[in-house]
Ligand binder design. Structure first.
Ligand code: GUN
Length: 294
């Protein structure tokens, strides 16, 4: 049976490390601040924003919440972002996605000062990551990378297959693995003989958004399986959250695996806090915390 990679415990460790650095910064008179912007009433987004606020406060940072109504105009949202960009107490800015349909997400995200773009979604950060330069790295792939480095030590030379090509997870994940000298394949739902491609992986990252699509026959014996999926399904008349990996069959073959829930999920907010800390250190010309960046 595979070793279970405990993302919940790992994330608690990251948050504790962030909190320690925040205490040191406060002694210097600096408090890292994260601004979160939520437009509208999407129930899932409201839960995410609430959790982000609680975690931010818990590590000793300032949390600035901006809740705008669903009908907010693009001009008003851009004006708020300009104001946050100019505010020295704000080191990180996150605009919760998805935005209501009348707002252009790309335009809005690209208005954020790249140095404060703790989601790593601004085109400047995407370009910096793609060319191996210092950037803000998207939180979920950063969390996956931290867990992989912890489990393997060096990733150099390992075959990594990323299933999924989203801008939020798949593409940046592939860049990060390449940066750590993996041989990287990006596969997706249209890949020919996906199972055979996946069986070539020492590291298999599933981020396709299809419940339990990656079964044990996709997994090379001893491989490390990272399941990014969070899918709500109905089973036996009950709601349940499952990943993109069929856990039981994959765990029987893999060397290590992240569960859902309790794997990658908790790492995303922990890495958001790590990115906010990093942004604050950079803004103040201080050394970046070790082990919390790519
Ligand atoms: N909505 C779902 N996940 C995310 C995320 O990582 N960042 C933002 N900004 N919105 C999201």
């Amino acid at each position: 049976m595979a070793k279970v990679i405990d993302g919940k415990a790992f994330a608690a460790g990251v948050r504790a490390e962030v909190a320690k650095h925040v205490t040191e910064l406060k002694a210097k008179g600096i408090t890292p601040g994260l601004a979160v912007v939520l437009v509208g009433e999407d129930p899932a987004s409201k839960v995410y924003v609430k959790n982000k606020h609680a975690s931010t406060v818990e590590v000793g940072m300032n949390s600035f919440e901006h809740r705008l109504d669903a009908g907010t105009s693009e001009a008003d949202l851009l004006a708020l972002i300009d104001q946050l960009n100019a505010d020295p107490a704000v080191h990180g800015i996150l605009v919760q996605l998805p935005l209501p349909g009348h707002l252009n997400s790309e335009l809005v995200i690209n208005r954020i000062d790249p140095a404060k773009d703790v989601d790593g979604f601004h085109i400047s950060n995407v370009g910096l990551l793609g060319t191996g330069q210092k950037s803000m790295v998207p939180c979920t792939p950063l969390g996956c990378l931290m867990m992989l480095r912890d489990h393997h030590g060096s990733l150099a030379g390992l075959n990594a297959v990323v299933v999924g090509r989203s801008n939020i997870v798949g593409k940046p994940m592939a860049q990060l693995l390449l940066g750590d000298s993996c041989t990287v394949t990006i596969a997706h739902s249209r890949t020919k003989d996906l199972a055979a491609v996946c069986r070539g992986a020492d590291i298999l990252v599933a981020a396709v958004g299809r419940p339990e699509m990656i079964t044990g026959d996709f997994v090379r014996p001893g491989a490390t399986v990272i399941d990014v999926g969070i899918n709500r399904i109905e089973r036996d008349g009950k709601g349940k959250i499952v990943g993109d990996v069929h856990y039981e069959s994959a765990a029987a073959v893999a060397g290590a695996i992240t569960p859902v829930p309790g794997g990658v999920g908790p790492m995303t907010i922990a890495c958001l806090l790590a990115n906010t800390l990093t942004a604050c250190c950079r803004a103040n010309g201080l050394a970046e915390p070790k082990g919390l960046t790519a």
